[in-house]
Each structure stands twice: as C-alpha cells, then as structure tokens.
Design a protein around this ligand. Structure first.
Ligand code: JFZ
Length: 445
C-alpha cells in the first residue's frame, strides 16, 4: 500500500513537473537584444496601462466592479454583446494627445489591451471580423494609430492580450468564468482556439513594427489546460526576439517569460488574496494598479486613490526593484477621464523634480519598510522617507564605513545620519519633512 502510494506520488509529481515544463519555452535563452530591453524596462520604471474596449461603452453598467468584466458579471449573451461594437465610435480619440500626456506624466511605455476576455480585437485583425476595423462605425485601427504616435514620440508600446476568451466557440471546455453566458458554444476544439490566438499574436507582432512585449492574462481561467505556452512564447520570440513576455498567471515565471508581474499588490504582499508566489530574482518585476477600483472605464466609481498614495506605491515598488504600471480606462469617446489626467499630471510634476531618485535605479540595500523605501544607482543610495513618525529611523544593511556623504535631495544640505553598529540611524528635523517623500541621498565609496 505504502509502495503503491509513493509510486502514485512520484508519478503525479513527475506528471505535474512535466506538464509545467512542457507547457513553457523550455531551454529558452534570451538574446542580447532581449537582455538589453530588460535593462531598459527596469530603467523605465513607470508606464501607463490602458484598458479600452467595447465594454467601455457600458461604463461599468452602474456596477462598482471591474467594468471590463461586464459581459460575465451580467451574463450578457454573446449575440447581445455583439451589438456593442456597433456603438463604438471614439471620434475624439487623439493618439498624439494620449502620448503627449504619457510623456508629461513621466511614463516611458504604454501597455494597451489588444484583446480582453470579451474576445474583441481592438486592432485590424485579418483572421476574425470581430475587430475594431470591421465591426465598429469608427472603422479605424486604434492600436496602429497609437503605435505610430508612440514611435514618433519615443514611447514603447506593449500589448495586453487575453488568453481567456468568452466569445470564441473553440474556447472549450469552459473555465472558471463566463459560465452564466447562456449562448456560449457547447463543444469546441481548444487546439483550434490556441491556433487562432497564436495567429492573432502573429498579426500583432508583424503589423506594427517593433513592440515592447506581450502582457498575457487569463491562463488562470483554465489552470490545467494545455495552453501550448512553449509554442506561443517561441513564436513571439521568433518574430521579435527583443519583445518581453510576461503573464498574469500568479505563479513564478515559466521558461520563456522575460518579466514577472504583480497585480494590485507590491511584490511579496498579498492584500488581494491571489498574490501568493515568491519574488523572482531572475527577471525584471512589474506591479500594476488601478486609479479607482476598475481597469475599464467605470462611470460611477469615484473612489480614486490620492496622488500621494500612488506616488508612495510607485516608490515602494521601485524599492522592490519593480516597475509601476498605472492604469486608466479611456472613455468610449476616446478621451481619457479628466480626473485621471489630473492625477497623472500631478505625479508627472513630482517626477520632474524627483525622477532621478526613481528612473534608472534598482532596489536599494534594504527592502521597503513601514517608514519608506530605498533605491540605488551606482554608488548613490536614495532613502525615500514616506511616512516619518518623528522617531529616528534605523537602517540595517548599509555599510556605514562606506558612507561618504548624506544630504537632503531637495537642497543638498547635510542630513543627520549617524553610523551605528549594524548600519545607520537617520533623524529628520520637522522642517525638513516633505509632505510626500523626504529623500536623503547617501553617497558611498
Ligand atoms: C485580470 C483581468 O481579469 C482584469 O480584467 C484586468 O485586465 C487585470 C489587469 O487582470 O485580473 C485578474 C486576473 C486573475 C484573477 C483576478 C484578477 N484571479 O485569478 O483571481
């Protein structure tokens, strides 16, 4: 019995091991170009996430939840949902305005939904009519227009692409979600769906020139399915070896992935309940966050995070070595919500002064603490005091005998930094405390 059990265990463990490894790009060796892009990515630190689709018309449907899920939340039948493209006419979409805004916001890249879970392609797809060019009165490829403008203004463009698809008949068997949508197909060939998805990805990788990468999402809907990840990842790296692949599967990175992402939690934190992995030290990290509670445009959710809170999250993310991907859900007319523009401009304004303590840095010598975070660039350590309680801050792990100088970032005046046995002690007089972030610059030998 015991023998039988352990054999069983070995077999299942081995099968598990195999399926994970066969399902990713085993033996993947990133090209030099890819490695250079990873450095670029980590230097960039801050990007704009854009959730835009035909769901934006519904504005969340007077539901506080995430608006891009309206099809599933309200169990909208496919035939009914298919009417939405007919209303999608973002006549005020001005890509030049979007990209200028992104630059003013201090962001270095954009990650936009090429297809979300509703299956609607926001670009000119030749292999399916369910796309913005063929199915909307607008009739223009917003992704292509945005890419052109990004190239002009020197901003990188990434695509968010949903592997989960509530619309495609071959997305079968169904997964955890979308089971209330009454007219989904009752049979289908999942391999044909994967072929379709890979063909759409090939379009995205060949129609628009060089892109930043692909941000996958949705595998969690069918965790045990054969997603043929190895094939998908190899295909992407074949078309564009430099493109960075990441996936929101809430697991440690699989072979073939070039960065690891954290959704609405700082790396290592788990307030959402689904971020229970470790933190990879092999690939760059990125954390994404919403400005209110929704990714897609939600007309009633006014629960906006403050500028201070968002800057603090960005700085803490940087303290973990992670990028910050801040989301906006553009309105169906093509405009970005004015509330969001204001927030982005305010953060951009802060970055105009403090950008040097964030861009191009890596995680500092100590991980983020209640009082703040640290970042480092060459021999300069930035101590970001975000939450000063008036008590001295003890920082271990900074070799105090290497300390050459300690000054306030704002005015270059000397900071009160004392060596102690394990590191340093910092005391900040009241008049030096800044409302958002008091930065002390340590120069090391
Ligand atoms: C996913 C999407 O579902 C969502 O619409 C948005 O695009 C976001 C950036 O990514 O969010 C998820 C994914 C998985 C879980 C929760 C939210 N999950 O497994 O619990």
């Amino acid at each position: 019995m015991r023998l039988y059990l352990s054999k069983f265990l070995v077999v299942t463990l081995f099968a598990g091991f195999l399926s994970i490894h066969l399902s990713a790009q085993e033996g993947y060796v990133p090209t030099q170009e890819n490695l250079d892009n990873r450095e670029w990515f980590q230097d960039a630190k801050y990007g704009l996430f854009v959730h835009w689709g035909v769901y934006s018309i519904m504005g969340g449907g007077c539901d506080e939840g995430i608006a891009e899920w309206i099809m599933e939340r309200k169990d909208i039948p496919i035939v009914q949902y298919e009417k939405l493209p007919g209303f999608f006419n973002p006549t005020q979409f001005d890509p030049a305005q979007w990209v200028s805004m992104v630059k003013k916001a201090g962001m270095k890249y954009i990650t936009i939904t090429s297809k979300h879970h509703d299956g609607f392609a926001m670009y000119d797809s030749k292999i399916s009519d369910y796309n913005i060019v063929d199915a909307t009165p607008y009739g223009k490829d917003v992704i292509g227009m945005l890419k052109e403008e990004c190239d002009k203004q020197g901003v990188k463009l990434f695509f968010y692409h949903s592997q989960l698809d509530w619309h495609h008949p071959d997305y079968f068997p169904h997964g955890r979600t979308g089971n209330g949508i009454a007219d989904r197909s009752q049979s289908g060939d999942f391999n044909a769906y994967i072929d379709y998805m890979n063909s759409q990805l090939s379009e995205l990788l060949t129609q628009y020139g060089e892109i930043g990468g692909i941000w996958f999402d949705g595998m969690w809907d069918k965790p045990d399915a054969n997603w043929r990840l190895g094939e998908t990842y190899a295909l992407i790296h074949k078309h564009q070896p430099g493109a960075l692949i990441g996936s929101n599967h809430h697991k440690m990175p699989y072979p073939g992935e070039d960065f690891m992402m954290f959704e609405r939690d700082l790396p290592g934190e788990n307030s959402m309940g689904f971020n229970n992995t470790g933190i990879s030290d092999a690939v760059p990290l990125e954390m994404c966050e919403t400005m209110n509670g929704s990714w897609g445009f939600n007309i009633i959710d006014q629960n906006y995070k403050s500028v201070e809170k968002l800057i603090h999250t960005m700085v803490r993310a940087a303290g973990y070595g992670a990028n910050f991907l801040l989301n906006t859900g553009p309105m169906p007319n093509g405009k970005i919500q004015p509330e969001n523009v204001d927030t982005l401009m305010a953060i951009g304004h802060w970055l105009e002064s403090y950008g040097e303590t964030v861009y191009g840095t890596r995680k500092g010598p100590v991980k983020p603490q209640e009082w703040g975070a640290t970042t480092i660039k060459d021999n300069v350590v930035y101590i970001h005091v975000l939450n000063y309680k008036g008590r001295a801050i003890e920082i271990q792990g900074i070799e105090s005998d290497r300390l050459r100088s300690a000054v306030y970032f704002d005015d270059g005046s000397r900071a009160d930094v004392k060596r102690n046995k394990d590191g340093i002690t910092i005391t900040i007089p009241k008049e030096k405390v800044k409302p958002i972030d008091t930065v002390i610059v340590l120069t090391l030998m």
